[in-house]
Design a protein. Sequence first.
Length: 290
Amino acid sequence: MKALKIIIILVFGLTLSCSEDNDDCCINPDVPQLIIKLKFDASQERLNNLGQPATIPANNAAQSPTINKMSANYIEFAPTATTALGTGEIIFEGNETNAGGTQAINFQNAIFTGNDELFISVPLSDVASGNYNWVRVSLAYQEGIINVLTNGNEIAGTLASFVGYNNYITSFNLNGNTFNINANKPQGFWAFEALGFTTQGQAPEGATTVPNPLFNSSPIPQGSCVVTGQFENQLEITGNETENIEVTLSFSINNSFEWTEVNLDGKYEPSIGEQVVDMGLRGLIPSHSN
């Protein structure tokens, strides 16, 4: 995996210099690639932790954010429903650090991507041959627009959601406003900016939804944020590919931002004590081009 990580880093470094109008400008046309893209879908089914359809609990409300960018920290292809976490084909592992005291995702070195854009590209020759039915993705960060009710007016603001298992953050910027953290933050840490006003908070421990339809056969650790999804059609990698394979990881953002209601109007109004309880993605559907 060390060689694979080096290749990913090199590819990512090249991607930074590319035009945003052409996702494929830095992909070597002479070497067949596994191309991973992320997609955010507000119409995709809303699931619970067991991968079953989920409704919004009584006295809570939710909305579908508009996601501007997202980051993942781990991608794994699994052949079967009984393949244990970490024993499949690990496609990507993000940078981590102990700078905050315990092991955590290094936010400053994370890779970010927008909707239906290139996340990573690796040579197919570095991916083990096999038939893969499942994908596991450890999500780290999402940033997007939500609506907030304040003083009777509904305004749009930017929400930063740290959904990774543990996150070392030095600082980050929302619309020109800098948040200096310089510490580890657990899953569920969030920050918000609207019209120059900023605030930050922490969702309850264990409240972030992480759908895993393989809960019984392949459980995942509490708080890991490893979302599991099944390919619509089995992905076969033979080792003799002559063309790129493109995998799109489609995440459900269907009412994924959830809060407790004080005023039962379906509007998020933090000024009256309405609290964020969940920012987790609500399902994963992977698909591929071959």
